[in-house]
Design a protein around this ligand. Sequence first.
Ligand SMILES: [Zn+2]
Length: 256
Amino acid sequence: MTALHAKTKLAILMYHSIDDSGSVVSVSPHLFRQQMKCLFAMGWQAQRLCDAVEYRRANGQYPDRTVVITFDDGFANLYEHALPTLTELDFVATVFVVTDHIGENNNWASPPPGLGVQRLLSWSQLKELRKAGWEIGAHSRTHPDLRQCDQVALESEIIGSAKDVEDYFGEPVRSFAYPYGYHSLTASEITVCTFQAACTTLLRRTCNEPAHLLPRVDAYYVRTLDDMRSLVTGKWDYYLTWRRWARHVRAGLSSS
Ligand SMILES: [Zn+2]
């Protein structure tokens, strides 16, 4: 391993819903397909998060020419609009599910404007995704702000959601995504003991961050194929720094 290789950066993309609503958490099926085909045409591969993290653990760096595609919340439209495209390109992904809501809907909070209440993947659909090589990760049981949870609630939301998925699939759950990207010291300590990796929503490609505080790039910002090419090749790193700063200012310097 050379010093240059040790600097390999990885874009972990964060998607939510694949639909035509135009909401802030939606990417249209057409754009999603074009983005994936663009990556494929560039000769890049899409790995599951657990595999990329395991690769880094074994090799001291992330794999080259690789992206990780993650989906938060487990919207049912992934089954129709993401699975066929990814399968066609021999890509796999990681989906983070809210275990008390599997097969139901995203009514844990007011839905994003323009999206409305949406159906979520069922256990049997998740089984199909797993069969296609996807990773099923946990995203809590009820999608709370973990910063507001006491120890008992944190253990139920974090360890409990892992157990729910493990009980169904009969295999360890290796990855977690913090709801809203929010975490506390205690929450991250519990994820360290429960998972190999956990994702935040800090906007940057990842390189040397701890495996339990991995930044991701929200697909909201990736609106064109040029955006995607710039993101994965690193030309966007300064832009992401600026967006991160702008988001921080908007949040009143109080979060992230
Ligand atoms: Zn979520």
